[in-house]
Write a protein that binds this ligand. Sequence first.
Ligand code: FES
Ligand SMILES: [Fe+2]
Length: 386
Amino acid sequence: MNRHDETRILKQCLNLLADKSTTLSAETHTSPVERYTDPQRFEQERHAIHQALPVAYLHSSELPNPNDFRTVATHSGNVLFTRTEAGEVKAFHNVCRHRGAQVESRASGCAKAFSCPYHAWRYGNDGQLLSAPFEQTCFPELDKSQSGLAPIPCVEAYGFIWLCPTAKNDDDAEKQLEAHLEPVKADLEWLQCDGLHKFETHRRTWKANWKIVTEGGLETYHFKFAHKNTIGPYFLSNTCVTDQLGAHFRVVMPTEELKSVTKDLIQDVRLRDIAHVVYSIAPQMVLLVQKNHIDWIQTVPISVDQSEIFITPLIPKPVEDLTEKELDYWQRNREISLNTLDEDFELGEQIQAGMASGANSKLTFGRNEGALATFNAWVEERLNSS
Ligand code: FES
Ligand SMILES: [Fe+2]
């Protein structure tokens, strides 16, 4: 986002404040309950969306140095992410090419090579098979150059490490990611996530369909009510500037601080100082942009009525460089985010349970919730075109 766009959005915020209004769609919409409760449909969504599109699984600061590695559960199974000696990020199925044991069981560490615990076949962090015990007598035909760990196309971009499971190779993955993120490219560059550092991740499974979780981030209608005991009082009621950017959304949520801005002061104001900006990056990333940091929220669908949610604050300094005062500041900040988001996810669980009761055959989206309808239309389009 350049200064021109920031100024344009600031003006839109001021106009909405003057009109006591929000971004409105032409009409109201509905969403049938089966879309959130049908297990067969869930599998179709997982296949057409979550396993097909690029997904960020790590922030770059989680593999800060050459030879660092991490193992992560993904939609492609357990994946071993490495940073090679040359600094390149690679991703492999964490599955031995001999008889399929998991090669690395640690969550993270630093290693130039990995030895399978079963029969000690050894792989470099570039995936190459280096050695197999008794190779010459027991595996005389083994071609080590063809028996490296199975790679998964992977790209490091905008401060994150993305898997592109349907790409043919890393180059193809780069093209796929570029096409997928093109409509939010300028915004991702503006955020400079590659200069941030991961703070402690919070992880919990909630009993709610992934779409309910996504929908909760696309409107501010609920702020003054659902968040009345946390952040509600700091935000304008039912006021946000929402833009669809390809498969993604940007929702600018002004705080009460917008009231101190006049049109002639706009040039001196940073959007981030008077609003939270939510980026919903399809299919499972949300970036909650605040004054000096970003909360990265990952919603990983587990089943039709369960989602695992990871919340990771991305902050300006590495944790090991923080003073005691700074550490305390970021811990308190993290608590506020977690408490607020818990309010959203608890409501998500209630909605899911309510659907199971049979009380409603559909959900209703008002004109102020137009982004929810557009998001769901995008889901339908993906399903129909897969
Ligand atoms: S399964 Fe890995 S060495 Fe045998
Ligand atoms: Fe919320």
